[in-house]
Design a protein around this ligand. Sequence first.
Ligand SMILES: Cc1ncc(COP(=O)(O)O)c(C=O)c1O
Length: 331
Amino acid sequence: MVKVDRAPQRHLLKPLGGYLGLELRDGEEYHTNAIRVNTGANAFKTILLTGKYQKIYLPIYNCDSVLQPLKELQIPYQFYPVDHHLDPVFEIGSLKEGEGFLIVNYFGLKDDSIAALRKQTGNVIVDNAQSFFSKPIQDTDTFYSTRKFFGVPDGAYLYLKTKVNLALEIDHSYHRAEHLLRRIDVSAEDGFAFYRQNEQHLSSQPLRTMSGLTRALLKNIDYEHIRRVRVDNFGYYERALKNHNLLKVPWNGTQVPLIYPFLTDDVHLYDRLLDEKIYTARYWPGVRELAEPGSWEHQLARMLIALPVDQRLSQTDIERILKIILKSHRR
Ligand SMILES: Cc1ncc(COP(=O)(O)O)c(C=O)c1O
């Protein structure tokens, strides 16, 4: 009788029984046909590797983590400015073959101008790190970063113009989830240092496939609910603040925003909100060093306050925020 050795196949068997893991809904991801990697910067790196770009134009008003892959791959880059609608100030017709033009979907508001720009050139790389819900444009290099919109440790999606089969090592992120757990279990303040630590860690994480934990969490999300809350909350801010906002907000009424961008001349507003436990972001710290003091980008980096519109906020919460803002802007 021939003896069958089953040992080499054992790792392929589905484990049955035993202790239980986190209980999550086995739903569908939003970007079902995208490639899954671990961070937005690494998604951009994948685009650079597969697109064989020889030079990249990118806005100075951007997250400096996108510079990391450019430096690593030694691809020359050049900054371009943005105008008061956050559109590129750039002669698109001057782009040469092999030159990529990175465009940022700021705050999840710029779908329309990105679509118009894409019609002028195929060399566009769309940075949708701030616009998770934007659908990809066909034959366009595009990337997303998931943790800006949802409580996940990491994760990014990308769509490639040039199709390739990537064989990457899989990432693990169970050890990068402590801030998510602490925010629920203890408090936002308690988890903050762990969040910072995680962000620091992710900035030097090698390119890997999205972890099983992050993917499972992304399958658990009710995307339609989140879409609706974000759009409603944004509209609420816009109605109350549009006459006080120094930025003319380029919103088409349907795109799903990351935050509400409020450009103010009140240098104390950020701290006053902080005192009331209202935590806002300012994009991006690196821009303050790169951009000329006095430039539009420098002003955006210093004075634009990213007001939260996310799925946790009700209209009552937004009224609390508006009350603080309007107190100083009613003149
Ligand atoms: C516009 C933009 N692009 C790219 C990135 C990089 O994404 P990640 O932090 O996932 O690497 C960020 C991060 O904040 C971003 O804001």
